[in-house]
Design a protein around this ligand. Sequence first.
Ligand SMILES: NC(=O)c1ccc[n+]([C@@H]2O[C@H](COP(=O)([O-])OP(=O)(O)OC[C@H]3O[C@@H](n4cnc5c(N)ncnc54)[C@H](OP(=O)(O)O)[C@@H]3O)[C@@H](O)[C@H]2O)c1
Length: 353
Amino acid sequence: MLKWGVLGTGEVAFDVAYAINFVPNNAVKGVASRKSENAKWFVENFKDAKAFESFDALINDPDIDIIYVATPNSTHADMMRKCIAAGKHILCEKPFCLHEGEGLEIKKMANNANLFCMEALWTRFIPATQQVINKVKNGKIGQLRFVKGSFGHIFNKSRCFDKDLGGGVLFDLGMYLISLSYPILGMPDDYKFAPSYGSSKVDEQASFTFSYKSGIIASFQCSFLNDLENTLEFYGDSGILKLGPPFYRTSQISFDAQHSPTGEHQKEKRKNPYGYPGPMRQAPYFKERLKPLLPSKTKVSNVPFKGNGYHYEIEEVYNCIQSGKIESDILPLDQSIKVVEIMNKLYKSEPVV
Ligand SMILES: NC(=O)c1ccc[n+]([C@@H]2O[C@H](COP(=O)([O-])OP(=O)(O)OC[C@H]3O[C@@H](n4cnc5c(N)ncnc54)[C@H](OP(=O)(O)O)[C@@H]3O)[C@@H](O)[C@H]2O)c1
């Protein structure tokens, strides 16, 4: 039995604690918060779990094997340092930390102490997401040309708008798009960031673009102020793969081989040096141009999805610890740290006005 301690009693702590108890041989045994009444309320929903008076008391309890860190972004690094000092394995909420330097320090500490450590970027472990990442890497859509994605929901949570707690839409939502495409794209060669700051002084919505020497462009949007399309799409020279909506919690994969640059319907056009079959105002041209907008040729497949979706990352943690691994092959710490580095490069790339 893997005995879990949960730091924080917020929204995601509750969902992940539920997922921990959903996975056989895993159980929430302790919960801590700044306010003990919150921890007491929390454990009413988790039989066998004890409410602790402080974060330190839970971290140092000898009966706990692993700590799930679910406190605000700015607290992650310090919480992890304490967990490692107490000899605890770690699952830490996203983003792993705020600065790549502290991420590297924590990786070194955890590795040296032979403790398991992973970022809780749950979407990376969802079967549909894994399938799409693997299909793109294995050439299902041919040569990758373009990636686009968006993540936006109306948020009013105070920590998201508090710079001191590591708030901002890039670190909260934009990072999912970066993390999911990182295993395919790696580090960008150029960065463009167009944020909009609210009265809170954090980025509340943003558009950002990465370019790569290979010619690939990746273009993303994220927002606390609007619900966006919430899909993630990979465009190759022989097909398009799309996750979602919503991409972050999906069983749905769409595949379209028809409308790619080398797809069947393009072959005729290629014979024509002007790229279209007649004068621009002729109906067939417009019909041809509209084809990519029509869903009829798109194959939609459903990859079964169980539970509330968070248990896939818990299964990964459990399997790794059982087999003596200190990092996940699916989401190694280097990748979590690179995602933090990319976000900081975006902030730095912003022109000073
Ligand atoms: N994986 C996901 O799907 C997902 C979704 C949402 C958020 N997250 C991540 O999970 C973390 C928590 O997010 P949330 O939305 O659950 O936040 P939340 O609902 O605001 O809860 C935050 C928790 O942290 C505690 N806390 C607040 N300020 C603190 C501070 N200064 N020092 C220590 N503890 C503090 C609060 O404790 P009290 O009880 O003492 O007030 C509360 O229990 C963030 O890092 C976020 O990025 C992940």
